[in-house]
Design a protein around this ligand. Structure first.
Ligand SMILES: NC(=O)c1ccc[n+]([C@@H]2O[C@H](COP(=O)([O-])OP(=O)(O)OC[C@H]3O[C@@H](n4cnc5c(N)ncnc54)[C@H](OP(=O)(O)O)[C@@H]3O)[C@@H](O)[C@H]2O)c1
Length: 282
C-alpha cells in the first residue's frame, strides 16, 4: 500500500513535470522543434564594442537574425554609426551609443537608451575588450590597470546591468579567449582578465535560474582583427597561422556565427559554459 501510494505520487509528479515542460519551453521561446530556426523578430540585442572587429560582425549577424541591435563604441563614433546605418539599410532597426564600459553610469545609459528605443533587452553580448601584451617584467601599471578596467570591471558592469534588465528567456554572452588554454608568453594579465569572463558566465547562469536565461562565455582563438594583428610582424602572424588546423585566422564572422547559434532558440540549453570557438587550435 505504501509503495502503491509512492508510485502513484511519483507518477503524478512526473505528469505534472511533463505538463510544465511545454510551458517552460514557450517561456524560453522553444515552443516546438519546428520553431527552432525562427528568426528573432522583434527581440532586442545590445552588443558592446561593436564599432569594428568581432562586435561589428556580431551586430550585423544578430540584425540579420531579426534582432533590433544597439551598437556601442568608446572612441570610433563614426564606425559605430556606420554599423548602425548598414543594419538599417539592410532593413533592420539599430541605434548606436557611445559608452565606455568601464564606467558603470555609461553602461546604465547604454541600457536606458536601448530600452527607450526598443522597449526592452533580450540579448546582451559583452564583447568590448582591449589587449596589452608584455612579459611580466615589462608590463606597465597603466596598461595593466586599463586592461582590467575595460575587460574585468567593464565586463562586470555589463553583466550586472544585463542581470538586472534582460527579459525572461533571454541570452547573455561575454567574451573570453582561447588564450585561457593556450597561455602563451606575454599574455599573462590579458589571459587573467579573460578568465574572469568564464567565472562571470558560469556563476551568473546559476544566479538567473528559473528565468530561462542562458549565460555563456565565448572564447575565440586567433581572429583577424586589429586587436590581434596590431604590434605583430607579418612573420609572427604567419607563425600563428601555421599552428591553426585550418591554415588561417578566424574572420570576425566565424565568431559571430557561434554567438548567433548560442542566441538561437535551438542553442538555449547551453548555459554556464565557455564555448571555445577557435577552429580547433586548442
Ligand atoms: N581578435 C582576437 O584574436 C580575439 C581572440 C579572443 C578574444 N577576443 C576578444 O574579443 C573581443 C573583441 O575583440 P576584437 O578583436 O573584435 O577587438 P577590436 O577589433 O579591437 O574591437 C574592439 C571593440 O571594442 C570597443 N571598445 C574598446 N574599449 C571599449 C570600452 N572601454 N568601452 C566600449 N567599447 C570599447 C572598440 O570601440 P572603438 O572602436 O570605439 O575603440 C571596438 O568596437 C574582445 O573582448 C577581445 O578580448 C579577441
Amino acid at each position: 500500500m505504501a509503495s502503491q501510494t509512492t508510485s502513484t505520487v511519483s507518477r503524478r509528479n512526473l505528469l505534472a513535470a511533463a505538463a510544465t515542460v511545454p510551458a517552460m519551453m514557450a517561456m524560453a521561446g522553444n515552443s516546438t522543434a519546428q520553431d527552432a530556426e525562427r528568426p528573432a523578430q522583434g527581440k532586442v540585442a545590445i552588443v558592446t564594442g561593436s564599432s569594428r572587429g568581432i562586435g561589428a560582425a556580431t551586430a550585423r549577424r544578430l540584425a540579420a537574425d531579426g534582432y533590433k541591435v544597439t551598437v556601442n563604441c568608446v572612441v570610433n563614433r563614426d564606425l559605430a554609426e556606420g554599423v548602425a546605418n548598414e543594419i538599417k539599410a539592410a532593413g533592420g532597426e539599430s541605434i548606436w551609443v557611445q559608452a565606455d564600459v568601464s564606467d558603470p553610469a555609461a553602461v546604465k545609459r547604454l541600457f536606458d537608451a536601448t530600452e527607450r528605443a526598443f522597449g526592452g533587452v533580450d540579448v546582451v553580448v559583452s564583447n568590448a575588450g582591449i589587449m596589452r601584451l608584455a612579459p611580466f617584467g615589462q608590463m606597465e601599471d597603466a596598461d595593466f590597470d586599463r586592461m582590467f578596467d575595460v575587460n574585468v570591471k567593464g565586463g562586470f558592469n555589463v553583466m550586472r546591468e544585463a542581470a538586472r534588465r534582460v527579459r525572461d528567456g533571454g541570452r547573455i554572452i561575454c567574451t573570453s579567449s582561447s588564450i585561457t588554454i593556450l597561455r602563451s608568453p606575454t599574455y599573462g594579465p590579458y589571459a587573467a582578465s579573460k578568465a574572469a569572463q568564464e567565472f562571470f558566465a558560469n556563476i551568473l547562469a546559476k544566479e538567473l535560474a528559473g528565468r530561462n536565461i542562458s549565460v555563456n562565455a565565448i572564447a575565440p582563438g586567433l581572429v583577424n582583427t586589429t586587436l590581434f594583428t596590431d604590434g605583430k610582424t607579418p612573420e609572427q602572424i604567419a607563425g600563428f597561422v601555421q599552428r591553426t588546423p585550418h591554415g588561417r585566422l578566424a574572420e570576425p564572422e566565424d565568431i559571430a556565427g557561434v554567438t548567433s547559434m548560442l542566441c538561437s532558440e535551438r542553442g538555449w540549453w547551453i548555459s554556464g559554459q565557455t564555448v571555445f570557438a577557435n577552429g580547433g587550435i586548442v
